[in-house]
Design a binder for this molecule. Structure first.
Ligand SMILES: C[S@@+](CC[C@H](N)C(=O)[O-])C[C@H]1O[C@@H](n2cnc3c(N)ncnc32)[C@H](O)[C@@H]1O
Length: 338
């Protein structure tokens, strides 16, 4: 094989992967929706088991399983299908690293992505499901909040591994959704008080969600309904968390929110910004894809570099800003008020 052939074959492979990339994501989403990997995890299955479980005809079943094998999600050995280690670790419901909710979060934008060119040319969001961006749709919080709530399980659960909340007395989760992070923190830190700040309609849903948990936990969570652009943030917390909030907004709004957090914190308090930063994460493309997601849903959101965030946080008064890399595509930027 000469040099030209080898370059061609590598590029062709690459470009074929790109042109069929949406098949990969859709197959993954269908596998998760069927909960195939959880079911196979219980015991290896034959082709016929799978066919009858999901009522597939023979040809689609064969094509589906062949593609899952080619994607390294299933192995087939002597007629028995098993999860690969990758699928076993990340796609089985109930495992600590279960990625199902993230798969759903991205799959939710599958149809919107069909209009990506419109988003690029017209600089406007395509999906209107994240209703907090659109004043007129505000009352419908259920869909996006449900998706965020599900996909927050793992990031919320691991946050205390990266930041020691036992040093705090009261933490405010700004844009805290239904209260997943608050609940995680009250369960792990018996003396910690929590404040959840979110839009009134989301606080209503949070009340219903938190009601399903014992009151010895939820009595330490205070809900504050408000609009963080129109209202000041309440005082009283020594630590403020903004998890997956700031990358939703254009720079001037991010600066406004950082300034409000600065004003609400006492001296020595911390603002924890927990989201994806452009120059951080296991692979360089991660933040670009999160920005693409934000292009489809938000009027001005994108992932920013740690340096951009650091200079913005200094402009509003924070003294020191430190990045702590965490899991997947999330990082924790810690800003301290002197
Ligand atoms: C992307 S979600 C993140 C939710 C949660 N922190 C998480 O990571 O799962 C953004 C959150 O900010 C809230 N939010 C958006 N605009 C807001 C506003 N103007 N005032 C208060 N909360 C707002 C939304 O309701 C939502 O709960």
């Amino acid at each position: 094989m000469d040099a030209k052939d080898s370059v061609f074959s590598a590029s062709e492979k690459n470009i074929f992967q790109m042109m069929t990339g949406f098949f990969t994501s859709k197959l993954l989403a269908v596998g998760v929706e069927l909960d195939l990997f959880t079911w196979i995890s219980a015991q290896p299955r034959t082709f016929t088991d799978i066919q009858s479980r999901f009522h597939f005809a023979e040809r689609p079943c064969r094509i589906f399983l062949d593609t899952l094998v080619s994607l390294n999600l299933l192995n087939c050995d002597r007629g028995m299908y098993r999860n690969t280690p990758l699928a076993e670790a990340l796609l089985v419901r109930g495992r600590p690293d279960f990625q199902g909710p993230h798969v759903q979060l991205f799959d939710h934008l599958y149809l919107a992505c069909d209009n990506l060119k419109t988003a690029l040319c017209e600089n406007r969001p395509i999906s209107r499901d994240y209703t907090y961006f659109f004043e007129e749709d505000r009352k419908r919080a259920d869909q996006y909040s449900g998706l965020m709530h599900e996909s927050s399980i793992v990031p919320a659960m691991v946050l205390p591994q990266y930041w020691d909340f036992s040093e705090s007395q009261r933490v405010m989760d700004v844009g805290g959704g239904y209260g997943r992070l608050c609940l995680t923190l009250v369960s792990q830190f018996p003396d910690l008080e929590l404040m959840l700040f979110d839009l009134p309609e989301v606080c209503e849903e949070a009340t219903s969600f938190l009601h399903t948990y014992p009151s010895y936990l939820t009595s330490r969570i205070q809900l504050h309904a408000g609009n963080f652009f129109q209202d000041q943030l309440p005082q009283g917390a020594d630590t403020i968390v903004m998890m997956r909030i700031l990358h939703d907004w254009p720079r001037e709004r991010v600066k406004m929110l950082a300034a409000k957090a600065f004003a609400a914190l006492p001296s020595g308090g911390h603002l924890l910004i927990y989201e994806t930063f452009k120059d951080q994460g296991p692979s360089p493309g991660d933040a670009a894809f999160i920005s693409l997601l934000l292009l489809l849903i938000s009027p001005g959101g994108e992932c920013r570099t740690v340096e951009e965030m650091r200079s913005l946080l200094r402009e509003v008064g924070f003294a020191s800003v430190e990045l702590i890399p965490t899991i997947y595509f999330y990082g924790l930027l810690v800003a301290r008020k002197a």
